[in-house]
Design a protein around this ligand. Structure first.
Ligand SMILES: C[S@@+](CC[C@H](N)C(=O)[O-])C[C@H]1O[C@@H](n2cnc3c(N)ncnc32)[C@H](O)[C@@H]1O
Length: 356
């Protein structure tokens, strides 16, 4: 409900200055939202300014007026899940709770430190309460591991499930976090690589997962051909569903199997570009990536991990050396960056390299 209140009316140019002065005098009504029109702003007050206060204000803002004004009701700020937990968990324990939540579709994922294990249900329920479109809260129960790069999760609140539909840019993806790798933290990388593709290119995604590079590239380009390989049958099943869901059947060709075998059997010398998002051991597949490129060469997007004691320069060096051992040449490192922190003292990095 709108509410009438005493206020300061001032021309917009003096707005900020007047708010600061009025706040210093502790007279601003923070429960109401500041009113605005084309020329003036209206600062709600909790009381009538005293004569000396008004004098002080007018010294800086000569043409201000004190009058009554009808203010719209201020929308209540929604509390974060950490604020909601403040009366349930002691401050020193709460300090160790990571503030970052990953959202994949209607699933929220959080990492709960061991000292907060006893509170995981209450943490999960609070996340459900704070995020109305979340149906399930998962707690990480181990590191990403194994060939399929998956991890275990505990359902700590909501529907007992690990599958959902996730939206990223213009695409939708069926994912099951327990069965196939997917990280919303790579969304910028998916978009960055997709934006580099030129019409007419052939691309091989050697470690495609559920398809976030392949599907986005296909969705945002008319004339491209993408071969998307993954060794995990679950990832490939989701990839196939995602190809249909996003209507890119004519551009993305899914291949189940080991990347090296797929290259040997089907993908020799076919591509202008290769994506190698298997940071754990992409170095072992540089030979396959070189084999995939057309004889005139092409671009490789190479992902790796680097520890704080190592450097991006060393990653470039190791990559270049491995390419040269294949009898090819790195013409240029076109781009490199730290993508994200993946563990304490460990970063995922990317190199875009022109290979001849
Ligand atoms: C880090 S995930 C990346 C998935 C996807 N590119 C993304 O951005 O979400 C690496 C993927 O490589 C697959 N993989 C691991 N070893 C492989 C191999 N030898 N050949 C093909 N795929 C492999 C895993 O199953 C996993 O889906």
């Amino acid at each position: 409900m709108p509410q009438e209140s005493i206020c300061i009316k001032v021309r917009k140019v003096y707005g900020e200055k007047t708010i600061i002065l009025a706040k210093k005098l502790e007279m601003v009504n923070l429960q109401l939202k500041i009113g605005r029109n084309a020329a003036f702003i209206y600062i709600p007050l909790i009381r009538q300014p005293q004569d000396d206060e008004l004098k002080a204000l007018k010294k800086h803002v000569p043409d201000l007026e004190i009058l009554m004004y009808l203010f719209p009701e201020k929308k209540k700020r929604i509390k974060t899940f950490v604020e909601l937990l403040e009366d349930k968990i002691s401050t020193h324990l709460l300090a160790s709770l990571p503030r970052a939540i990953d959202f994949v579709g209607d699933i929220a994922i959080i990492e709960i430190p061991p000292e907060l294990n006893a509170y995981k249900i209450v943490i999960g329920e609070t996340i459900l309460k704070a995020h109305k479109n979340v149906r399930t809260v998962l707690a990480k129960a181990g590191a990403v591991s194994g060939t399929y790069r998956t991890r275990n999760f505990d359902v700590i609140a909501g529907e007992p499930k690990t599958d959902t539909i996730h939206k990223e840019y213009s695409c939708q993806y069926y994912v099951d976090l327990a069965k196939a790798y997917f990280s919303p933290r790579l969304s910028y990388e998916h978009k960055r690589v997709a934006s580099l593709i030129k019409e007419g290119e052939a691309i091989v995604d050697l470690f495609a997962g559920v398809g976030p590079f392949a599907v986005l590239i296909a969705k945002t380009h008319q004339n491209v051909k993408i071969y998307a390989v993954d060794v995990n049958p679950h990832a490939l099943a989701f990839l196939k569903r995602n190809i249909i869901l996003n209507r890119v059947e004519d551009k993305v060709h899914p291949i189940l199997g080991d990347a090296r075998n797929a290259v040997r059997d089907k993908l020799s010398r076919v591509a202008d570009r290769v994506i190698m998002n298997l940071p754990e051991n992409a170095i072992e597949f540089v030979d396959a990536a070189c084999e995939v490129l057309k004889p005139k060469g092409g671009t490789v997007h190479y992902y790796s991990f680097v520890s704080t004691s190592d450097s991006l320069e060393n990653v470039k060096f190791r990559f270049t050396e491995t390419v040269e051992n294949m009898g090819k040449k790195v013409e240029k490192i076109l781009f490199s960056r730290l993508v994200r922190e993946t563990a304490p003292y460990q970063w995922q990095v990317v190199l875009d390299a022109k290979i001849h």
